[in-house]
Design a protein around this ligand. Sequence first.
Ligand SMILES: Nc1ncnc2c1ncn2[C@@H]1O[C@H](COP(=O)(O)OP(=O)(O)OP(=O)(O)O)[C@@H](O)[C@H]1O
Length: 945
Amino acid sequence: MMCSRMRFRNALGSRLFRWCSRDKHTSVRKLLEVDGISERSKLLNKVPVLMGYSNTQYLMEQERVRKESATELISVLKEIDFAEISAKFPCIKFGDSSPIELYDDSAGPSPANVNDLSISEESSLITRHISGEPAVDGEVCPESLADATTADGNVLDKSKRCLPGEPAVVTEACPESLADATSPDNNILDKDIRSLPGTTSKQYRKLEDGGFHTIRKLLQHFPRTYADLQNPQGLIEDGQYIMFFGTVISSKGVRIRSTLGFVEVVVGCSIVEAKLSSSDVSCNSGAEQKQRIHLHLKKFFSGQRFSSQYFLNCISSKHKEGDIVYVSGKVKKVLSSGHYDLKEYTIDKLEEEEQQSALLDRKPYPIYPSKAGLEARLLGQSISRALKMLTPDIDPIPPEVLTEFNLANLFDAYMGIHKPKNRDEADFARRRLIFDDFFYLQLGRLFQMLEAVGTRVEKEELLYKCENHELNAVGVDQWSPLANKLLKSLPYSLTASQLNAVKEIIWDLRRPVPMNRLLQGDVGCGKTIVAFLACMEVVNSGFQAAFMVPTEILAVQHYEHLTSLLEKLDGDECKPNIALLTGSTSTRESRIIRNGLKTGEISMVIGTHTLIADKTDFSALRISVIDEQQRFGVIQRGRFNNKLYTSSSKLSDENTSEDAASDSETFMAPHVLAMSATPIPRTLALALYGDMSLTQITDLPPGRQPIETLALEGNDAGFETVFQMMRDELMDGGKVYLVYPIIEESEHLPQLHAAKADFDSIKQKFEGYPCGLLHGRMKGPEKDEALGSFRSGETRILLATQVIEIGVDVPDASMMIVMNAERFGMSQLHQLRGRVGRGGKKSRCVFLSSTSSTLPRLKVLENSSDGFHLANADLVMRGPGDLLGKKQSGHLPEFPIARLEIDGSILQEAHLAALKVLGTSNDLSMFPRLKVELSMRQPLCLLGD
Ligand SMILES: Nc1ncnc2c1ncn2[C@@H]1O[C@H](COP(=O)(O)OP(=O)(O)OP(=O)(O)O)[C@@H](O)[C@H]1O
């Protein structure tokens, strides 16, 4: 019964809509007369408007899609017996609110005049808008809804209408600050794409499929480049996509038959046909010959309604004779000469006269990157419409910041990037938008830091220290006794930047929030000792330290290094218990070590990935050091960071008071010190590790001699030279690394030298100098043995693969030869080169390339030993993706417009601006719009309330 009623209503609804669109239908006439409206055109206009749509077409499309859901809803509502519910559940009160008034009387008949279906649909439309739901297919957000009144009488002001997911919609429910913050202007950008005017439901769907769900998304689809609008020179060929400037000669609508018509705009423009050569006697030499051509822009319309002469005239009247326009599209020659059809065209009118004359020369025309197969035309049109929605006060950044940093207002920036008058304007706009990318990243990070600090004074102090970096330090005299002892026992003095790094890190360790710091420095600058000192600081306080490295070789090396340093300390009582845990550690030994970590007997562990295994538990882990952190995936780093310590029972030492441990710290996540020798330019590091503090070691230990670098072609002569150099080095008491790209020879890559294959021949060639072999396929102990022998001098030549690239430290190794060096990236070669020159002996490094064509790239390394310089060169040459490798670049924040390699200075400014804003208002309460914007862009940021 109910089903048949629903079917009937559905049918009635669709019939009504069909009637509405039909000419001269007698039933419609009757219906109109009943309602006192006697003209079809009036009905056609009234019905959709009453229902909240701008015209009949939208209404019909919407009706088709929503037919089922809307009608079902209405039926269900009608089936509800309110009287019965009231009787059963007295606590439920049905309000007697007045009907929802959408329009005042002057705007049209009262809703009572509208048939049942449309009232209900209208109500449901309002309900959806009130609840923040986006419009459904075909709905064009009715402007009149802006002033709608909710059922309980609250004014649903357009300015207070919140977006889905925002805290409140109705004025009363909005917290004050957010009510201000969500002012209409602030919200325009995050409006649903379906609020874009003049767009059909099909177009909405296309835009949504392309990922353009909001106006912001659309506006942030920036031009890839700009084309100079100049008429083409030379021959125009069929199928070319060309832009033209010209004047509208005519625009007319032609009705072909009752259901088909077209509008044709004819644009005349002059093109330079050819540059005549000086040999052409009839003309001035080099003169340009202009030709007048006509472009025919045709658009077809089908259907009775759209092929009416009236409709076609309306469309054609948009373009007036004499209008100066720029058009673009695919040209197709037609029969008469000088005439072309323009397909898939866009046509834009130049608005003002001065503009026209200025722009006739050169107006940058935005070329958008394609996305999800969307036609350029739809994208361009939609962006233009979105721009029209903007108001000049959309900018959440305070004007004083804009002035100080010489930035365009956000409104101008969007206008300037999409519709620039000239290149300068586009550049200025771009600068502002890049600034935004960086600014919110910095603001979020600093905001989070401040949130973790208690009082206002502390916050201000923190901000001050962020501005004045050198103040975040703990003097050596305040370090823990263990750290101090280790420092004093070192056979060398720390360099200035090593010392500053330790001071900065210890300052962080004393704070009640987990440190998240990146320690960066060039190869061989001495990061390891800095991390050891930080570990000793927490170990001294009764906590544990974990040191994770990417390879076993490195773990063993660090373990041996640290234990040998600790052996030299006076007094046994304070010596911490250090363990080594790698994949090669025997099961029995691993069990003992894990147990020791769990009970707290072991204070520090050095190891590989085994440290993040589930079964490794700590009693009181306070610092996690991740060496060569770029070698670990983000997930692995996260797992390591998340090893929360579970007990504070180890806080036995009296020094705990100095560490200011409080109850709240008991379950604090460990401090994280990540280290990297891949010299990432500061700008890139800031962006990549936006949430990390950065410490850089900028100097090398004293006495280091620059490594002499040579790039040679690996032909016979090249090899002869290199082997002679090697002989000299060995005779001089040096040690030599021979680095190979592969272990064994490969049929597929015959040009590559292989470590194993060369072993015997090198042994023969350098008789008397023992050789060793080291590669990734060897077992842990074999590797240790090979490296140990080389370190001790038992072997003088080590044939190795790139396993030695990271961290291997044999201070008296003095020469390196890299075979097929072109196979390695620049930063990688720089890392490899860093394995020599780590002691006082003058060292040499030779890069052999397979072909002469790859030599120039290697020659760059001859001239620079500065890792940061090389990384910058690499960054500019290859971009951040290649420089960082897959693992890291995949986690670069997405910047819609900024290019890290060239926009570094703006990042620095954005950092200063963020400090300034937070200095004015620590919790951003004075800048509510900024706060809302930040939460939109960085939802993970803890934004207080
Ligand atoms: N201040 C210093 N003075 C003299 N030698 C130092 C100093 N600091 C560290 N060293 C020594 O320099 C060598 C390189 O140090 P370390 O292994 O810590 O470098 P690193 O920064 O980790 O380099 P890599 O990235 O190549 O691993 C070591 O032999 C270390 O003992």
